[in-house]
Design a protein around this ligand. Sequence first.
Ligand code: ZN
Length: 159
Amino acid sequence: MQVVDKLGWDPQTVGELDHRRLTAPHVKLRSLTRGSAGDAVYCVDLRINQPNTVFLSSTEMHSFEHFLLWGFQKYMPANFLSIGLMGCQTGFYLVLLNEGRADQICSVYESILRDILRAHEVPYANIEQCGNYRNHSLESAQQLAQRVLEARSNWRQVV
Ligand SMILES: [Zn+2]
């Protein structure tokens, strides 16, 4: 746990927590897994909404997911492994290889959200690259990005 401390995470909030305690939006380390060669895989929660209160619509989640996919690939090409939706519609799972510093991850996340505000279209929202390409809204993604950015100073406040 000392390792996660050095990376900037509160060891008390790593892992699975009682969802009634969670505040949002937040950025939280879920797990750190070491491979036999010393590589590290970090799973990070990008929680957008407080659990069991308000839920993201499928369109909001979908467009936001495209932007996060595009952005983490752009800013962390050597580390980004995947982004996934939380089925409860309150956030996203980010998976990174060999990059677990909280400040670095939050700074990239912030850059992506700022890019969303300036974007003119949702990335990959076309029939060749998406399995439901009509289900997108740039405006919804921008409203969401704005809301998460406004809470930037509280991202590390998990509970
Ligand atoms: Zn898609």
